[in-house]
Design a protein. Structure first.
Length: 575
């Protein structure tokens, strides 16, 4: 009490300072010690440290101190948590940011001269290509950019070089300057490397690589057509529609096979790396670079497939332990008697009645149990066939180009180019002995398998925008021309895998192999001749338009000259 009286005499407001100090001494939850984090911000006083953190000597003071401590405990804990959250705000992303994604399920055409095996997946999965990485923006003050990972920076620089080469080929940017040929050669090399790396992973791995990473992977919406069978080569439509459970099993069997193949290739390319390094040491043939790129694709694909297949395992229900039916019924009866009130009119519901009352609903979202555990689910949804209406003929043409014996080209494919040429052919009408050219549209190249045109993916892109928020759409490339080229390349890769998995193909034997080769070469030769003829027609039209424009300019110049002469003559007459 003497020390307290001394403190009262030396300070004008000792009780307030003491209460404030006691309120700041908050016990920490981790080690049950007082937290002194806010002492540095407290204004200094004339008291010494001993009197400032002095233990109370009476029960009355203890009660006052505990009361003030309890009143300020929640506020101090909130401030400490806020400061810790602000310090780690930019270190890691929040765990509740999940990005939804859309995957299109496109069915393969039914083979004519072959059958599907057990390992054949009757569809392919496709996702829109991602947009190249952008340089991180500056802070709000505009002083410094946030730190970028080294791997992401390397990928961004590589994507920028690939974009430069493609724009140079499409003549979107001018190729001028002293080193124009060097730029052209550089763009060609970058495009070749990009084409090679695009064919390294399988179609399933490439689709999964376009999904968000595991820590951000949200709901995956799988859109499939209402009429899954679609038209066949003879024009007849097959009305066989698989159930959601069948599509679910086929999709996960595809994931399991992809995981197994990727693991085998991963081991093989790892064993090949020392050999490639030895070859590259004596001759620079870039085997090590190609092997490292292939290894990176396989590792990335294996991680994605493993992440998705792990959800399936966690979603399985645990098996019940073996128990006798008498004990099981006794436990259920005891549990019901404990919960049920003392009322004889209340009916007793058994376990079998509950099971019979719950019907099996196939339209429930896939991986519903995994959604509560990992935050990821795969949902199947039927869509209109108009989305896949233009993609199915393109897919059949690609399969027919790869194997014309298994997928014979229909007659409609052979007559499309001729009909299009007749529509654009010039016509003439005779009137009063003079030939006047009729109005006609400009001739353009027909869509090819390499560039099918934007009409193929227009409905696909509209469905994607319908199911994906605008904030996430910015992560994808939404250019129709680029999507159509990417879809055509992806369909070729998936069709090769699909045709290789078929059984009973008519290509065994030397005669059948040569017949297949000659059929493919004849189709390619016909298409090239048609393309050359259309190009000549386009050049003739361009020359005709240039001559007509030159004649119009000459006529306009002559008319302006005559007007000037008449004005000069009129002026001289007035004088």
């Amino acid at each position: 009490m003497a020390t307290i009286a001394k403190a009262l005499a030396s300070s004008s407001t000792p009780i307030l300072n003491q209460e404030k100090a006691a309120s700041l001494v908050v016990p920490d939850q981790a080690n049950q010690r007082p937290s002194l984090k806010r002492f540095s911000s407290f204004p200094p006083t004339n008291d010494s440290d001993e009197s400032f953190i002095q233990e109370p000597s009476s029960s009355l003071e203890v009660a006052e101190l505990t009361e003030t401590t309890v009143n300020t405990e929640t506020s101090d804990e909130a401030i400490v948590e806020l400061s810790s959250s602000n310090s780690t705000q930019f270190d890691s992303l929040p765990t509740n940011t999940f990005l939804p994604s859309v995957v299109f399920l496109i069915p393969f055409p039914e083979p004519v001269n072959a059958t599907r095996s057990k390992k054949t997946t009757p569809f392919l999965i496709y996702s829109l290509p991602r947009r190249p990485y952008q340089k991180p923006k500056k802070n709000e003050n505009g002083e410094k950019r946030p730190k970028e990972k080294l791997s992401k920076r390397l990928v961004r620089i590589y994507q920028k070089e690939v974009q430069f080469g493609e724009q140079l080929k499409r003549k979107e940017i001018p190729n001028v300057g002293k080193f124009a040929k060097l730029k052209k050669f550089r763009g060609a090399c970058i495009r070749g490397a990009s084409t090679l790396t695009k064919w390294l992973p399988t179609s399933c791995v490439e689709t999964l690589s376009r999904l968000p990473p595991k820590r951000k992977l949200g709901e995956i919406l799988v859109l499939y057509p209402t009429n899954f069978g679609g038209p066949s080569a003879d024009g007849s439509e097959k009305s066989q529609q698989p159930s959601v459970e069948d599509l679910r099993n086929d999709l996960y069997s595809l994931f399991r096979r992809t995981k197994k193949r990727v693991l085998i290739r991963l081991v093989a390319v790892t064993c090949f790396l020392p050999i490639a390094a030895g070859i590259d040491f004596f001759a620079p043939v870039f085997f090590v670079e190609i092997s490292l790129a292939y290894l990176a694709f396989q590792i990335y694909g294996f991680r994605k497939v493993k992440a998705i297949t792990a959800k399936r395992k966690k979603a399985k229900k645990p098996k019940n332990k073996k128990s006798t039916p008498g004990k099981f019924q006794l436990k259920n009866q005891q549990a019901v008697e404990e919960v049920q009130p003392d009322n004889e009119n209340v009916p007793l519901i058994t376990t079998t009645q509950v099971d019979e009352a719950q019907p099996d609903n196939e339209n429930t979202p896939l991986m519903a149990t995994a959604e509560s555990q990992e935050g990821v689910s795969i949902t199947f949804q039927e869509t209109d066939d108009i989305i896949f209406e233009a993609i199915r003929p393109l897919l059949y043409k690609i399969c027919s180009r790869i194997d014309p014996l298994t997928f014979p080209p229909p007659e409609s494919i052979q007559t499309t180019t001729a009909n299009s040429l007749e529509e654009v052919a010039p016509e003439a009408s005779v009137e009063e002995g003079q030939v006047v050219p009729a109005t006609r549209s400009r001739t353009t190249l027909p869509p090819s398998l390499h560039k099918p045109g934007p009409e193929v993916v227009r409905e696909l892109l509209a469905a994607f925008k319908e199911h994906v928020p605008e904030e996430i759409q910015e992560r994808y490339n939404l250019n129709e021309d680029r999507i159509s080229e990417d879809l055509s390349r992806y369909l070729k890769k998936a069709s090769v895998e699909y045709i290789d998995s078929l059984k009973g193909r008519p290509e065994r034997g030397f005669v059948k192999v040569m017949k297949k080769w000659f059929t493919k070469r004849s189709l390619i030769r016909k298409e090239r001749k048609e393309k050359q003829r259309i190009k000549k027609q386009i050049k003739a039209e361009e020359a005709e338009e240039a001559a007509l424009a030159e004649a119009i300019t000459v006529e306009q110049d002559s008319s302006t000259a005559t007007v000037d002469e008449t004005n000069v003559v009129g002026g001289t007459d007035l004088l």
